[in-house]
Write a protein that binds this ligand. Structure first.
Ligand SMILES: Nc1nc2c(ncn2[C@@H]2O[C@H](COP(=O)(O)OP(=O)(O)OP(=O)(O)O)[C@@H](O)[C@H]2O)c(=O)[nH]1
Ligand SMILES: [Mg+2]
Length: 460
């Protein structure tokens, strides 16, 4: 494959200690030899490769110094892109970096597209597609756990599993071919039994990967946690307590919160997307009513609902309605304001929300919050999740391909069990193999590749 020479700024824009301009392609060294000089007028190619060399970027015609830099030449194929790479470390800041990039472009490089370096790493066969996708996830990771998952994927955790499953599928295809080619050998019954075993094995492994999708989604997007309750029970106080800042307005006037407030927070390693809502009640106020409707509709997509009751006052019809709304959801109940003289007993709450976890709290005094945080963790990850040695699927593209592959293999298994002609089975096994191959990029089309790398940042 032939590629031209590309260049881009690899560091984030703005003030910083250093900035890096990265050049990849056949002409990388030739270009830098035109614009780099040491104090003794030597070029980068006069030095050993992979050695950081001190010098200046200069205008080729006039010799005028642009910036003081350290430059390094890395020879193909042991580089990020598997091509020749030169990196120029200059002073950080907008001007030096931009000037050096300009001079590099004037001397024969083309400005790289977003993700083009990583795209080349993929096209040149250093990493597969799921590893390339892990690069962008690493850069974007917002929690330690999502970083760990992406790192595992970059190291080839997912690829290894997919490749192993695909090898079984290949073996199945070979057996099918053999029995098509030699039908008279009467190996058919044997083939069917073997195929069934292997098909079930494939199905089991695909299902195991799909089982991690929910955890993966949480690690990536946060556990969607909606705080619900009638007005004035302390929802916004809880939001602030969890965030440890005064994010939401808290007053003793019922109906204070009218819109949805969303924030990300990490609780004991679980990323939460926590959502404070308007207190649920019948109201004449138009704005508040919209807020109440929004709160209700949010329930649909919630992974978890934290429901609050004020136990210093009698339960009302509003509390009953809230209990009905969350009956079928994953719920933690907080009986709040236990610092005040109690009017409602725990039994009464148990009666309207049977079987749900109940925690007594005084948010104002910080009581019960530790218990809440511990039970959130328990509820979602029975036992510690070991991301480091587990392959977790976080990517929506991978999920949809795994679902397709699952359907393929299920259909193949069904055909085997029904004793269908062997070429009917072949189609499904082949589709399964191809769908899985799209995850690693083995069977992927160019437009999908382009779409994936468009998401990247420039310089990566
Ligand atoms: N005594 C006591 N007061 C509390 C407790 N938690 C919250 N409050 C008070 O209850 C009042 C209402 O708190 P908010 O957090 O604004 O209640 P909310 O549920 O968000 O109310 P709306 O936004 O109107 O739906 C405030 O005056 C809080 O200080 C608690 O544990 N004990
Ligand atoms: Mg509020």
């Amino acid at each position: 494959m032939y590629f031209d020479t590309i260049a881009a700024v690899a560091t984030a824009p703005g003030e910083a200690g250093i900035g890096i301009v990265r050049i990849s392609g056949e002409k990388a060294l030739e270009i830098v030899d035109k614009i780099f000089r040491t104090k003794k007028e030597r070029k980068l190619s006069d030095f050993q490769e992979r050695r950081l060399t001190y010098g200046y970027i200069v205008e080729p015609d006039t010799g005028k110094k642009i910036d003081e830099v350290l430059a390094v030449y890395m020879k193909a194929p042991y580089t990020y892109t598997k091509e020749d790479i030169v990196e120029i470390n200059c002073h950080g800041g907008m001007i030096p970096v931009r000037r050096i990039l300009e001079i590099v472009l004037e001397n024969g490089a083309r400005l790289a597209e977003p993700g083009e370096f990583t795209k080349r790493a993929f096209l040149n066969g250093r990493i597969d597609l799921s590893q390339a996708e892990a690069v962008i996830d690493l850069i974007r990771a917002k929690t330690d756990s999502s970083f760990d998952v992406s790192f595992n994927q970059l190291e080839g955790g997912l690829s290894k599993e997919i490749n192993e499953i695909r090898e079984i599928l290949l073996r199945m295809l070979a057996n099918i071919e053999a029995s098509i080619d030699f039908p008279e050998e009467d190996i058919e019954t044997m083939t069917y039994e073997g195929l069934l075993d292997e098909g079930n094995n494939v199905l089991k492994r695909i299902e195991k990967l799909l089982d991690t999708v929910y955890t993966g989604k949480i690690l990536r997007e946060g556990l969607k946690t909606v705080i619900l309750g009638k007005p004035n029970v302390g929802k916004s106080s809880l939001m602030n307590a969890i965030l440890r800042e005064n994010r939401a307005i808290v007053t003793d006037i019922p109906g204070t919160t009218r819109d949805i407030i969303e924030e990300y927070v990490n609780i004991k390693g679980i990323p939460l997307k926590i959502i404070d809502t308007a207190g649920i009640r019948e109201t004449e106020d138009v704005v508040e009513r919209i807020g109440v409707e929004r709160a209700k509709s949010l329930l649909e997509e919630a992974d978890l609902v934290i429901v609050l009751f004020d136990v210093s006052k009698e339960l009302t019809e509003e509390d009953m309605e809230i209990a009905r709304l969350v009956k079928n959801k994953k719920v933690v109940v907080l009986t709040n304001k236990i610092d005040l003289p109690p009017v409602v007993s725990r039994e009464e709450i148990e009666k309207i929300l049977p079987g749900k976890k109940i925690i007594e709290t005084s948010i104002i005094k910080g009581e019960g919050l530790e218990v809440l945080e511990d039970s959130l963790k328990e509820m979602f990850f029975a036992g510690e999740i070991k991301i480091k040695d587990n392959t977790i699927v976080t990517n929506a593209r991978h999920k949809s391909l795994l679902l397709k592959a699952k359907k393929n293999i299920e259909e193949a298994i069904e055909s085997i069990e029904m004793g269908m002609p062997i070429d009917c089975i072949e189609v499904d096994v082949k589709d399964c193999w191809e769908n899985l191959g799209q995850i690693t990029g083995d069977t992927v089309t160019e437009d999908i590749i382009d779409k994936i790398f468009e998401e990247f940042c420039i310089g990566k």
